[in-house]
Every structure is written in structure tokens, then in C-alpha cells.
Design a protein around this ligand. Structure first.
Ligand code: ZN
Length: 145
């Protein structure tokens, strides 16, 4: 199995068995983000405990890239401090802007490196970033509360 196939498996697995996809009733902030160019939509609830993201839950519809990416991001960023979450998100954005030239640091991005290939398709980058931007937005709002 080559790397592309392996990465497709990871994306498909998150799409079919999404993590944290069940909106929690208690949360600090709820955001709703859409990607009109593709029709992707997510609602995301976040809870902070001090400066740690203690809970991320979401629900959504859309393409496999958008849904897999929010599943990956919600799993990766929960339990992280706001600072760490922001630096991981920046690293993912940097990967998405790499036009296929970077493969991503798996030690930092874990399953998110499976989305590296998306950076070659400008139209799909917004799909991949949707969940990350929702988490960034929600955690900023929650930390300003
Ligand atoms: Zn999409």
C-alpha cells in the first residue's frame, strides 16, 4: 500500500466513523461555519477549562474532506491549551498552503498529515480548513468570555 492509499484510508475512516460528532448540550460557545463553494456545513460546540480546550463536539454535512478534517481536528486539538492548539492550527494552515510541497510533521499533526495532498487542489483547501477555522473561532470567542 503506498502513502496515497494509506492517506485515503485515514480520510475515509474519519468520514465513516467521525470522532466527536454529537453536539454536547453544555458548551461555552457554539459556532456555525459554512463553505459555500462546496456546500460543507458544520456546527461546533466548544468548552474551555481554564486555558485548555476540554471539549469539542460537532455536527455537519458535506464532502468527505471537510467532514474527515473536522473529525481529525476535534480529536487532535481537544485537551490542548489555546496556545498549543493555535500553533498546531498554524502548522496545518501552512501545510494546506504548501501546494503539495510539504508532507507535514506527523509528530505534531498526527492524522492530519493524511490531508497533505489536498494542498495541490486550491478548490478543496477550504473544505479541509473549515473545521479548523471553526475551532479557532470558537476557542477565541470562549477565551474572551
Ligand atoms: Zn467540501
Amino acid at each position: 500500500m503506498n502513502l496515497d492509499n494509506l492517506y485515503q484510508e485515514v480520510i475515509l475512516d474519519h468520514y465513516k466513523n467521525p470522532l466527536n460528532k454529537s453536539l454536547a448540550k453544555d458548551y461555552d460557545v457554539q459556532v456555525h461555519h459554512i463553505n459555500p463553494s462546496c456546500g460543507d456545513e458544520i456546527t461546533l460546540n466548544i468548552t474551555l477549562t481554564g486555558n485548555v480546550i476540554s471539549k469539542i463536539t460537532w455536527d455537519g454535512v458535506g464532502c468527505s474532506i471537510s467532514q474527515a478534517s473536522v473529525s481529525i481536528a476535534s480529536d487532535l486539538l481537544v485537551g490542548k491549551t489555546l496556545d498549543v492548539s493555535e500553533s498546531i492550527t498554524e502548522e496545518f494552515m501552512d501545510l494546506m498552503q504548501s501546494k503539495g510541497k510539504k508532507s507535514g510533521n506527523e509528530l505534531v499533526l498526527e492524522d492530519a498529515v493524511a490531508l497533505a495532498g489536498v494542498s495541490q487542489y486550491p478548490a478543496r483547501i477550504k473544505c479541509a480548513l473549515l473545521g479548523w477555522m471553526a475551532i479557532k473561532d470558537a476557542s477565541m470567542q470562549a477565551s474572551n468570555k
